[in-house]
Design a protein. Structure first.
Length: 191
């Protein structure tokens, strides 16, 4: 087993930078990150979906309680989130968005599209956790500025940016289809 090393040369924030990396281990790391993040989202969505479909309506999952009662005091968007409480579309988007985004990441299908919308969801969750505005230092329930939702959003951004679905994922096969070959813009959804 060879571990090919390469050098990445890039301009980041106006500075030239380069570093060596192992193609072998980078591939494993990307697969692990994609599948792990996919599982986190899939599990969060499927548990909501199964509970939502419970035969007893009293047990049905909804985001209404959280949106109406659990947004931290001082959140500059509390009114916005409270206005979404009880909207069945919000529940459906939340459950299916998490479930399908997670499944897409696990399978490596439509990774760029899924990673983008997964990052948008995580940014909404991050905004819901704010306990104050910029002048208050952006405190969150579990830290300052950065919490797990922001970490997930950046991880999803990275997975989409590198085309993680091409590494042992269905996107590699999807990109070989004639419809994608004839419509190169479709690659923005894959990868």
């Amino acid at each position: 087993m060879s571990t090919h090393t390469r050098t990445l040369n890039a301009e980041l924030f106006g500075r030239e930078t380069n570093f060596e990396y192992s193609e072998h281990w980078l591939g494993y790391a990307i697969i692990a990150l994609r599948v792990t993040m996919g599982w986190v989202l899939f599990q969060g969505g499927i548990t909501k979906l199964v509970t939502y479909l419970d035969a007893d309506p009293a047990n049905n999952w909804t985001a209404a309680g959280y949106l109406a009662n659990a947004i931290p005091a001082g959140n500059p968007l509390a009114g916005f989130f409270a206005s979404m409480a009880g909207n069945p579309l919000i529940d459906v988007l939340n459950m299916w968005g998490l479930t399908l985004t997670g499944l897409a990441l696990i399978l490596g299908a439509f990774v760029r599209w899924s990673a983008f919308w997964g990052a948008v969801m995580m940014l909404f969750y991050w905004l819901a956790a704010l306990e104050g505005g910029l002048l208050a230092g952006l405190p969150l329930a579990h830290g300052w500025v950065v919490d797990d939702h922001l970490v997930y959003a950046f991880l999803l951004f990275g997975l989409g940016a590198i085309g993680a679905g091409r590494i042992l994922g269905l996107d590699a096969s999807l990109e070989e289809l004639s419809v994608v070959q004839n419509n190169r813009w479709l690659r923005w959804f894959l990868g």
